[in-house]
Ligand binder design. Sequence first.
Ligand code: PLP
Length: 368
Amino acid sequence: MAKAEETVLEIDLQALDHNYRYLRSKLRPETKFMAVVKAYAYGSDSVAIAKRLEHLGADYFAVAYVNEGITLREGGITAPILVLHPQKVHFKTLIENHLEPSIYSKAILSGFIATAKELGETDYPIQLKFNTGLNRLGFSASELLEVSTLIQQQSAVKVTALLSHLAATEDANEIDFTTLQLQRFNTICKKADTLFKNRTLKHVLNTSGIINYAQAQYDMVRSGIGLYGYGNQPEIDTELRPVMTLKTIISQKHIIEKGESVGYNRKYKSDYKTVTATLPLGHADGIGREYGRGKTYVLIHGKLAPIIGNVCMDMIMVDVTNIECEEGDEVEIFGKNLSANQFAETAQTITYEILTGLSQRIKRVLIN
Ligand SMILES: *Cc1c(COP(=O)(O)O)cnc(C)c1O
């Protein structure tokens, strides 16, 4: 592991291997694994992550939008790719890139059938998404008959899978609701099996679903956050390894006399002689202003240094009064030694947000 010389996001592929194997160990051997690599693989590098996972045996990939699927195809990924949230305007390119749409409404279904016909497709694979209580995207159970009739009347597309998404798999207070969602999905699946001539795959679990509701794994699971090393529960976090470590270096140190201020709008005022270190990353890199003003810490030589004053666009300042350090020394923002989950919690947000918000201007470095 090379010492950082600028701000870098280190991506540890061996940690990814470990997390993949850990999640797989919770499943039956025949259950398929759909790796969720939307949003640059949760802020990392979707092609590098997908290539490694394809090699490890991931069966399917999922992205949110068509352009993300195209990036994977251009990067050489040949496994099937589900597009979770496609829009009509991209149907043609979706088909040209052999991506599978998650179809969630009648308008999207008829639009997609029309495009598939125009392109002369037969049996083009599509998946049907059902709303079982998240109330975000998906057909309602009452639309199943109509949808299946529409599909049997044509041959341009065929349904390969049925899916739904759960609202609160990580929340022990919502077991009743999750159970209700799973029952609703099961009812839809049973009815669909009587309506569709071909057998369809069923999938409903995300990472916390795999951990807490493995009995509902059906034919496939969809995991994102767990692959990157976070399990939404402390006891699972200890089993997983963070794939991403955000590192930087100290650009400059300053000695701030008592009564002086640091940064924009003078939001840090020293009531003691303070030594500060300025770091080359800021809110343009994804470290928002909510991390400033003493709430959040970074790690320097194993010690916690609070971010003081307002976070700037390209810089943050930290208090290193009690830390022996020099200009050029390495700083861990979060990752291996300081969990991204803990970092996110200091700003009342979640690991998903801090990871996926990391700007593309941060250099990505693959290790292992
Ligand atoms: C993002 C997403 C997932 C992955 O969820 P994790 O909690 O990261 O495992 C699975 N399914 C759908 C529909 C998603 O949008």
